[in-house]
Each structure stands twice: as C-alpha cells, then as structure tokens.
Design a binder for this molecule. Structure first.
Ligand code: FRU
Length: 484
C-alpha cells in the first residue's frame, strides 16, 4: 500500500503546476490533506507530515504525507511515510513525532479500525524518510481505557519527552458524549501507563475534542484542543473551532489547571487541528490546517472549495510563533517570512469614501502591515482579491469595536462564504498584518492576540486591493510582495 501511494504521488504530484499551489504555504503533494502531523525537528530539518489521501481530493483512508523545510517557507516533498497496511488499522490518523534516545525519528499515531470500530495508539520508527511500524503495535490499546471511555473515539497522541520520561496526551470521548484529554507515561515508548484525565470538557467547551497539544513557554503552559461541536450563538462562531487554555500542567497529578477562561486566538473560518513544535532556538511555532470540517470540499453535495480542476485540496497555515503575553495566547507569522519578501512600498495617506488604490499594493502573494487611526470614521474597508466581479471585504467599525471578514463576494460557493466578526478592545486605532498567498488570507492583529484565517478561492485575476472610509481615517501601510 505504501509503495502504491509513493508511486502514485511521484507520478502525479510533480505534474501540478507551481502556480496552482500557494507560494509559501504547504499543500498536499497530490490529493487530500487535513491535519498537520508529526511536526518535529530532526537531523537539521523541520518535518511536517499530514493527514493524506493521495488518490482523491476528498478524505479517504488516511495515510501520512511528508515534507521538510529548512527555512519554514520552502517545502520539499518526501515520499508518503505511512499507509494503513496493518490488520489493526483502516487509517493512520493524526499524531506527533519526536527523536528517541537512539537517534531515531519516532512517529506516534492513531490506528483507526473500521470493524470493530476502535482507535488505538501506535509507533513507527525511521530515519527521516522511511518508517517501520513497531511489532508490538498498538502500544496503547483500547483495553487500557477506563470503562467510561468510548474505545471508538480515542485518538491523536501528542508525544513529548519531559520529567525523565515519555509523555502522551490523547483525546477521548466518554460514554455521555463529552470530550476529555487523557494522560499516559512510558519509559521506553513500548509499555505505557494510563495516568488519568488531564482535562474534561463541558457543554460550553465543545463535545469531542481532537488533536491535543501542550506548549511550554517561559510564561507558563498552553493546552490546545480542537473542538468538534462548539455551541453556536455564543461569543465565538461555534462549530469546529480551536480552543487554547493558558495554565499549568501538573506532571505528578497528570492534570491541567487552566488559569482563566478559554481563548480563541484564531476565529477565522479555516483554522483547525494546529500542532506546535519547539525549535532548537527556543521558539514555539504552530501550524494549523488552513481549512475546517465545516468548510471542506465535498463534491458529493456539490460543494466545491478548491477549483474543480485542482488536483489537491487542503493547505497548511503559515508557520506562526505562539507565545503568551499577560496571560493571553498570541500568534504571529514567524520572522522567516521576512526573508521571502521584496523591498515593497510604504505610504501614509488619508482615506475617504472613494476606493483608493496605492501603487505597489496589489496582488495575491503579498504581506501588508497596516496602521489605521479612525478619527471620526464609522467604518474603514479594505478590499482584497478584487476585480469588477469579486472582492473579499475586511471592515473595521471602530465605534462597534469590530473587524468583519466578509467573503460573500469572493466567488466561492455560499456554503463557504460565511462572515466572521472579531471583537476588538481598542476603538481608536488598529494595527493589522495581512498575508495573502494565492488561495488564502491570514489576518493578524499586530500584537498577535487575535487572527482570522480564511481560504480564498477567488479567481487569481482578481488581484486588486483598495481602501476607503466613510470619513477621513489615517492609514500607514507597508506592502511587500512574496518574491519566491
Ligand atoms: C481532526 C481529525 C482527527 C483525526 C483526523 C482524521 O481533524 O478528525 O481527530 O485523527 O482528523 O483524519
């Protein structure tokens, strides 16, 4: 099965024209991609695996695709790393990677079995390209779970070495249908002990959780989970969303104690299942799936997200640094982005009702930094990916303290075009960073406290960018093009 996938992708992946991929965002070599997996540093390179079904642009029996980068911006595809080729698995679901004491690259993943429906945790060992599955797989079986856990919903191991032992966090659903994070430890990666539940969900925090992550920063720890069913109609959009909790993990008790309420630093429509990595220089970086189950391409019900002739579906976000500031979880693009930008243009201007174009500010592969001062304006509108037919609007309403992303005229199926509203603290000024990369827009408040990630499958000829305001608002802009 692995050879078949490798032969298929070698033949078909290389045939995808470069212009049909984003410039710096990772896409599947061919076919379908969802969650980032095994984001790790090994032998001088950053490795990124991903949930992968090479044969179609829809989800299928999950393999692990594989790519590496040295600068976080240029990706090189490696052959497919895992295929579901063992009797205990019908799919190799999400997981993580680390380096073991013998210098091997260790992958820990979920073996999903269709019949009987079971999810159990497995290991594979390799050299950075070829991986061999552990003969004792699954190493964490569903028999090890307490009675109240549903063995069919137990997945997504986060593996890390700390406190003189191997640690693994997974998610699981209890028989009442609520999510929880489970904690396991091991000395040798083979024999694992269940230590208890690290955190429990409740009705307000979503039901089944997915893809747990634990991030250690000098200011404290961050637990991250992706939620299947966040209630709609609350402060945040609802549906599939990513929650972060600042707090402390107690390695003795095996519990995570949040410091305050949950946070959602990215409320965009296309952000899910992020995974983090601590780089050798100490930075924590995060990559998420630049899509969402609520917005996925689904030809069966005539929902086309990526253009129908594309041979890939799904992207990753740009790598982001994740950090805590005054108890707030923040994310911003990694500084390596600077290395793929040109000199660009800077301008200071006053906006009016008329849509203003600025020389050098255009295109679909650009990075803009904006500083806006509202003055007496009630609204300031930035139009992206614009031509006579299409546009995506970003509307700042200072008095309402909102920033709205509106894709209703982006040329995408209405199913994907929802409006997202970010609530702001300041009503006088707004600093933004906006990264456009052909099929997406990632919008960050410049202090990193909030972001909105959105796919944008508007035809590429829509490459205008305009600015306007109902009254004189001041804008300072720097715009640089991605040179890659
Ligand atoms: C999250 C998820 C994971 C699972 C994988 C399957 O998006 O549902 O929980 O391991 O995708 O592809």
């Amino acid at each position: 099965m692995l050879k078949k996938a490798r032969d298929y992708e070698a033949l078909n992946g290389a045939a995808v024209p470069e212009k049909e991929r984003p410039a710096v965002h990772l896409t599947p070599y061919i076919g379908w991609m969802n969650d980032p997996n095994g984001f790790s540093f090994y032998k001088g390179q950053v490795h990124m695996f991903y949930q992968y079904w090479p044969y179609d642009i829809n989800w299928g029996p999950m393999h692990w695709g594989h790519a590496v980068t040295e600068d976080l911006m240029h990706w090189t595809y490696l052959p497919c790393a895992l295929a579901p080729d063992m009797p205990y698995e019908s799919g190799c679901y999400s997981g993580t990677a680390a380096q073991d004491s013998e210098g091997r690259h260790v992958l820990m993943y979920t073996a999903h079995l269709n019949e009987p429906k079971r999810q159990q945790q497995c290991m594979a060992y390799g050299d950075g390209e070829n991986y061999v599955k552990e003969t004792r797989n699954p190493v964490i079986t569903s028999d090890m779970l307490p009675e109240e856990i549903d063995p069919a919903a137990f997945r997504d191991p986060k593996l890390f070495y700390r406190w003189g032992r191997w640690n693994c966090l997974t998610v699981a659903k209890d028989r009442q249908g609520m999510g929880r994070v489970l904690y396991f430890t091991s000395q040798d990666l083979k024999d694992w002990t269940y230590r208890g539940a690290a955190l429990l969900s409740d009705e307000d925090h979503g039901r089944m959780w997915e893809c747990p992550d634990l991030i250690f920063t000098d200011e404290g720890e961050i637990l991250c989970v992706s939620c299947e069913q966040l209630p709609k109609g609350g402060k945040y959009p609802g549906g599939h969303e990513v929650l972060f909790f600042a707090g402390r993990f107690d390695p003795e008790k095996g519990t995570f104690v949040p410091d305050g309420d949950w946070q959602m630093p990215d409320i965009g429509p296309d952000f899910y299942a992020p995974e983090t990595l601590k780089l050798p220089d100490g930075r924590n970086i995060l990559i998420g799936w630049l899509q969402n189950w609520d917005n996925r391409r689904d030809p069966k019900c005539d929902r086309l997200n990526t253009p129908s002739h594309f041979r890939w579906a799904g992207m990753m976000t740009v790598p982001r640094q994740i950090f805590l500031k005054d108890g707030k979880v923040c994310t911003l693009p990694v500084k390596e982005l600077e290395d793929v930008l040109d000199e660009g243009v800077c301008e200071e201007t006053v906006l009016s009702r008329e849509q203003k174009e600025i020389g050098g500010v255009r295109g679909r592969t650009a990075y803009m930094e904006l500083d806006l001062e509202a003055g007496n304006a009630q609204n300031v509108t930035v139009r992206l990916a614009k031509n006579g037919t299409y546009e995506t609007r970003l509307v700042w309403e200072p008095a309402k303290k909102t920033l709205t992303l509106d894709r209703r005229d982006a040329g995408m199926d209405p199913v994907f075009s929802g409006v997202r509203v970010m609530h702001l603290e300041d009503s006088e000024s707004l600093s933004l960073k906006i990264l456009l990369d052909r099929f997406s827009a990632e919008i960050f408040l410049a202090d990193g406290t909030q972001a909105m990630t959105a796919s944008m499958f508007t035809p590429q000829e829509a490459e205008g960018i305009t600015f306007c305001a109902d009254k004189d608002a001041k804008m300072r802009i720097r715009c640089r093009q991605i040179t890659k």
